[in-house]
Structure formats: structure tokens, C-alpha cells
Design a protein around this ligand. Structure first.
Ligand code: SF4
Length: 689
């Protein structure tokens, strides 16, 4: 039962690698990298390589369930539509919410967003991408006027200096890391890693700056002030293309001389000066940033500090020179394009009256939302406070992944109506559902995803969906039809949705909005079926123009916020993140025995000096406690941890382990601009058990 290779896309990280999947049996396939995909050129990391081990039926949700009883699709969909309709009629549109996922395909995302923001009339749809890169979105909007990623992977082949900030790229975006390493081998490009932890990414770096967590703005501002002193500002570009608010340079210079900056960042002055030298010597610089920047309480300011540096030195819009947000999820960017965040409308539009009216005209929508909805943390708080009374969770597991997950569970337990659509029967969030709907999984779905460099690629079905599982877009459109909007959701196939999404991106767009898909000629069905991976902008800002009202990018005067001192009862700082071979809450990667070999259990990594002080030895079991909750982890000594800081992985849930529950620990505090939670610096303590 062997078929021809199907060109599809890896469902894990934002690198968006092309995959050739060849069916070899009923639920079996071989996996290879797609040599023609521009993101990976045939390479795959361990997670992508072992995708074939994750497509079996173990644990799958195969039928709609109402409570613990199997139900037919009609009965389940009727119930969902009726409960949402009744709740809206009684309490208004803002009493309902969708919480969706960067795992959805763009077509799924588009339909869910259209239903909530155009027809229900609320913007209470947010996504787990809020937890991933919403600070990058907010930073792009402040600087560029539109959420534009200014680099592509091709820039990695042209850069002479890579600065990785808050990113364990070797583990979390392995193919990007391989491309960086290839550039270093081929052309002698330099690598600087800025990360409080000494990770695998640092091992081969030319320079590692293990800065104090949260001091990134001081570091970047210090470098920018140095550039000004050293004559490295691109004055021609500044005069032609930037808007500089009064007092900007005073704010940037506040951090003082390099020695003051080194003290604030807690790095050796010699290392800091070496960083300055490398930056000065290599105008072709790509600065890649990820969760260490985004998942901070001042994440948006950190993003803008990086962008300021690139703008003022003219390192943008040119080959091998750009700031580059590398996203976590395969389709975080597709979600951004269709307005999957509560803070945006469809097609990169916002809630300005003319944009609300434009989207309403295009959709012939009865009730377009006129203001942003609740962002993830606020959404679950509103559920706990009884303000949201019906919730639909699609393809994500907030009972594990949200900060202060214990409180999220309490909220879910009190919510009058919870719907979960998922591929798995038993998820931590699904346990709170009144209705569970079986969704088609990767290898069964058809649609598009958009990766970190904004390249749109196809995901194509290799296997038939099992049992009664259905694609997410179909489930949403059936509920929309039952709520009275059948004609607006009359899609027969994903291509219909993509075509509408593309048309909306160009609708009443005279070129002032950069996001526009039709210019690639991919609107028609035939083009969609055969769609090659494509970017909607090849080199943004190459002409020095930006999508702001005056065409200029804005330098944002961001100042370093005061850095917290250790608390008496919570003397450690908890940082959280990923392991190389696991993904999110392990619903898929947990099925692969080979992937489990890399890290079999959740570890708390601690500097040996701290461990000795606490009487802990390698392999001990210890309790990590924060004001929000506690969980057990096995102790692992690591010289790569700064003193006073510990690290735990995000993947383990109740289903795999009694310990390792990192989601219980972080505070539900968020960045003031983006609403992204700060997962990287929770006051904590560690106790031997
Ligand atoms: Fe998949 Fe990311 Fe690995 Fe590529 S780098 S194979 S997209 S997990």
C-alpha cells in the first residue's frame, strides 16, 4: 500500500520545513525532507524526521462526545450552536469566546475569526500564539506600522554576523541553526548568542553574553548609544526613512557608558566591548530573537530595542541585514494574517472605524467587532469571574500551557459551557469539556501554513481522517450555519477559504497595506492545488518606505525597566522553555519512543553552587515552588545556569507524569503592550523532598 510522496509541511516549529510523506500502510508513512522547499532544502530535525511514528490511532478522539457519551455530528453541532446562540442572546456577544491555536491551518483560523469577529460580533478570539510572539507583533506595529517580518531565511546565507537573542536555536529551530552554521563555515560569519543560559546554541558561538534576565533593553540601548558615538548611524537612511521622537537619544543614552551597561547586564566589560566590535565590523547583521525576548514582562520594549538598533544603523531592507522574529509554531504567522489575535482584525487590519467598515463590507457581515477582544490571560480570568459563559477551545491545551495553569483549570471547571475540538481523546483541557469534537490531524488535513519568514506552504493530506474526525474549518462552518449564517460560510473545500482570504487582503487596498496575497497569482483553485511555497513580500522595506501614514519607520524610545531583586521567600528566578525533541504538551511527540530518549523526564536545571547551598545533588527529586503552585522535578546540575536561576521544561502534563508541571508555576502577568505572559522570570524556590 505504498503511494507517491506527498509534498507537505512539518507541523511543529515556525521554520516550516517541507516534508515528503510517503504512505506505506494503513496508518504508516515514511518521512523525508523536501529538497525543493526553500526553508529546509531537504533537511529535517529529529522531530520532523520521526513524524511517521506519530500518525497512529492511539489515543485519538474518533467521534463527537457529549459528556462521556458518543453523539452524532448533528446532535453535537446543534448543541454547540444552540448554547452559543442562547448565551449571546441572554448575555451579549462578549459573553462567549474562542481560544484557538498556531497549530490550526490558515483556513481553519480564517473561518473561526470570521465567525467570531464578523458574525457573533465580538473580538473574543485569541490564540496560543499570544503566548509565543505577540510582543513581536506589537513591536513590529510600533516600529513599522504593520506586522511585517523584515527578513527571510535567504538573509541567513548573506549575513556576516548573527546575533541570537533569547533563543536556543540549536534545539528550538534546528534547521535555522544549521543554516547559520553553514554560513559560518562557508563565509566565516560570526555568531553572538545573548542568553542568560549557556545552551547548546552557545557551544560553538564566537561570543556568548550570559546577561542578567530582563536586561536586554539596557544591552541594546548601550550598543545603539555606542554606535552613535562611533559614527555608525546611517544618517542618509535616518533622514530619508525614519521618524525620531524628541528626546529619543536621551533615553537611549540613559544606560551610561559601557561599564555601566556591563554592570546592569552583569557581563564582563571585555565581552561587552567585543560585542560592540563585532557589530561595528559587520554591517550585514541578522538579529534573530525568540521566546527569551517575547516571553518577558517587557517583551515589546525588548523587541523595539532590537529594531531601533537595526533601523538607526540602516541594517534593514538589505541582503543579510534585518531583525528577524523566529516564531514558535508552524502557523503562528498564518493566524496573524487572518486576525487570529484578539487585538487585530482580518488581513492585518485593526479596529479603526474605516477598517471595521471595510471588513464588514467585504464579509457582508451583520456585526463586525468594533474593539479588541480579551487577550489569552484576560480571557481565562474573565471565564473565572463568570463574565465569559461559553468557550470553544480548538487544537490547544490551555489547562497545561497557560501561566498559573491551576487557576485556568479552576476557571474551566466553573465555565457553564466548554467545547474542545482536538485530535486526542484525553487532554488536560478536554477533561473540562461538555462537548468534544474530533478534529482531523496533521497528515489528514488540507490547507496552508505560514512560517517565520512569512512563506506560505501547503499542508496536504496523506491519510484519510479516521472515525468521524473532520477538519477544523468544516466544524466551524457547520456551527456557523446552525447559528443562522449558512450562506456566509458556504465553503466546500479549503481552497474556497484561501481564495476569500486572498481577496480580502487586496480588498480596497491601494498598496498602502503591505499584506496582499493576489500579487502572487495564487488565488485560483488550480494555483492553490499546485501552490509552491511562496512569500508575500520578498524583501520588505528595500525601498526605504514603511506602511505608516508618513512612510517612515518609527524609532521607539524604550528605557530599561528596573530589574527585580531576589525576594526573601522566593530567592530564585524560574525560567522555562523547550527540550530539543518534544513539542508543546507532547500530544504528538510523546507518541514517538525515539524522541523520548533525548530527555525521558522533566528536569530542574540549577547551578552547582546553588545546589550545594540547598543540599541538592544531581538526580535528587526537588519541589519547585512559586506563589502560584508547585511541582516535582529531578535535579540536574548545570554550569550553564547562572547562579540564582533555575530552568524547567514546558512539556509534561498530568497524562505523562505526576511532576514536571511547569504551567502551574509562572505568574499570570503580561507585557503591557502585547498582553504576552512573562514566562521567563518567576520568583521561585527549590526544596529537597
Ligand atoms: Fe519541523 Fe521545525 Fe524540525 Fe523543521 S526545524 S523539521 S519545521 S520541527
Amino acid at each position: 500500500m505504498s503511494g507517491a510522496p506527498v509534498r507537505t509541511t512539518c507541523p511543529y516549529c515556525g521554520v516550516g520545513c517541507g516534508v515528503l510523506a510517503t504512505r506505506t500502510g494503513d496508518r504508516a508513512m515514511t518521512i523525508a525532507g523536501d529538497p525543493d522547499h526553500p526553508a529546509n532544502r531537504g533537511r529535517l530535525c529529529s522531530k520532523g524526521t520521526h513524524l511517521g511514528e506519530t500518525v497512529g490511532l492511539a489515543g485519538r478522539l474518533l467521534h463527537p462526545m457529549i459528556g462521556d457519551r458518543r453523539a452524532g455530528w448533528d446532535k453535537a453541532l446543534d448543541l454547540v450552536a444552540r448554547r452559543f446562540r442562547e448565551t449571546i442572546a441572554r448575555h451579549g456577544p462578549d459573553s462567549v469566546a474562542f481560544y484557538v491555536s498556531g497549530q490550526l491551518l490558515t483556513e481553519d483560523y480564517y473561518v473561526a475569526n470570521k465567525l467570531m469577529k464578523g458574525f457573533i460580533g465580538s473580538a473574543n478570539i485569541d490564540t496560543n500564539s499570544r503566548l509565543c510572539m505577540s510582543s513581536a507583533v506589537a513591536g513590529h506595529l510600533r516600529a513599522f506600522g504593520e506586522d511585517v517580518v523584515s527578513a527571510s531565511y535567504d538573509d541567513l546565507d548573506e549575513a556576516d554576523l548573527f546575533i541570537l537573542v533569547g533563543s536556543n536555536t540549536a534545539w528550538c529551530h534546528p534547521i535555522v541553526y544549521q543554516r547559520i552554521q553553514a554560513a559560518r563555515e562557508k563565509r566565516g560569519a560570526k555568531l553572538v548568542v545573548i542568553d542568560p543560559r549557556r545552551t547548546e546554541t552557545c557551544e560553538d558561538a564566537d561570543l556568548h553574553l550570559p546577561i542578567r534576565p530582563g536586561s536586554d533593553v539596557a544591552l541594546m540601548n548601550g550598543l545603539l548609544a555606542h554606535c552613535r558615538r562611533a559614527g555608525l548611524i546611517d544618517q542618509v537612511f535616518v533622514d530619508a526613512s525614519l521618524s525620531i521622537p524628541e528626546g529619543f537619544w536621551d533615553v537611549i543614552g540613559q544606560g551610561g557608558d559601557p561599564w555601566s551597561v556591563a554592570r546592569t547586564c552583569d557581563v564582563a566589560p571585555e565581552a561587552l566591548l567585543r560585542f560592540y566590535e563585532l557589530f561595528a565590523a559587520h554591517p550585514r547583521t541578522v538579529t534573530l530573537f525568540s521566546q527569551g525576548i517575547n516571553q518577558a514582562l517587557r517583551g515589546t520594549d525588548q523587541v523595539n530595542a532590537i529594531i531601533n538598533l537595526h533601523l538607526a544603523t540602516g541594517r534593514i531592507g538589505k541582503p543579510g541585514a534585518a531583525p528577524f522574529s523566529i516564531t514558535g509554531q508552524p502557523n503562528a504567522m498564518g493566524g496573524r494574517e487572518v486576525g487570529g489575535l484578539a487585538s487585530t482584525l482580518a488581513a492585518h487590519m485593526g479596529f479603526a472605524p474605516d477598517e471595521v467598515a471595510r471588513v464588514g463590507r467585504f464579509w457582508s457581515a451583520p456585526a463586525v467587532a468594533t474593539k479588541p477582544g480579551l487577550k489569552a490571560v484576560d480571557m481565562f480570568r474573565a471565564i473565572g469571574e463568570g463574565r465569559i459563559k461559553a468557550l470553544w477551545v480548538m487544537a490547544t491545551n490551555p489547562a497545561v500551557s497557560m501561566p498559573d495553569a491551576g487557576r485556568v483549570r479552576d476557571a474551566l471547571a466553573t465555565c457553564p459551557f466548554v467545547v474542545v475540538s482536538d485530535v486526542m481523546a484525553d487532554t488536560d483541557t478536554g477533561r473540562f469539556a461538555h462537548v468534544r469534537l474530533p478534529a482531523a490531524a496533521w497528515a489528514e488535513k488540507d490547507g496552508t501554513v505560514t512560517n517565520s519568514e512569512r512563506r506560505i506552504s501547503r499542508q496536504r493530506p496523506v491519510l484519510a481522517a479516521p472515525g468521524e474526525a473532520k477538519p477544523d474549518w468544516w466544524i466551524v462552518k457547520e456551527v456557523a450555519a446552525r447559528m443562522g449564517w449558512a450562506s456566509a460560510f458556504g465553503y466546500d473545500r479549503p481552497a474556497d477559504i484561501y481564495r476569500e482570504h486572498a481577496r480580502l487582503s487586496a480588498y480596497e487596498n491601494d498598496g498602502t497595506r503591505l499584506f496582499a496575497l493576489p500579487r502572487h497569482g495564487a488565488i485560483g483553485n488550480p494555483a492553490y492545488e499546485a501552490m509552491e511555497p511562496m512569500r508575500w513580500l520578498d524583501r520588505p522595506f528595500a525601498d526605504g518606505r514603511f506602511p505608516t501614514p508618513d512612510g517612515r519607520a518609527r524609532l521607539v524610545p524604550v528605557a530599561q525597566a528596573p530589574l527585580p531583586e531576589p525576594l526573601r521567600d522566593w530567592p530564585l528566578t524560574l525560567n522555562t522553555g523547550r527540550y530539543r525533541d518534544q513539542w508543546h504538551t507532547m500530544t504528538r511527540t510523546g507518541l514517538s519512543p525515539k524522541l523520548a530518549r533525548h530527555r525521558a523526564e522533566p528536569l530542574v536545571e540549577i547551578n552547582p553552587d546553588d545546589a550545594a547551598r540547598l543540599g541538592l545533588r544531581d538526580g535528587d527529586i526537588a519541589r519547585v515552588a512559586t506563589p502560584q503552585g508547585d511541582s516535582l522535578f529531578r535535579v540536574a546540575m548545570s554550569e550553564g545556569q547562572r547562579r540564582g536561576e533555575i530552568f524547567t521544561p514546558i512539556h509534561w502534563t498530568d497524562r505523562q507524569s505526576t511532576g514536571g508541571r511547569t504551567g502551574l508555576l509562572p505568574r499570570p502577568l503580561t507585557d503591557p503592550h502585547s498582553g504576552q505572559p512573562g514566562f521567563k522570570s518567576t520568583p521561585a524556590r527549590l526544596e529537597k523532598v
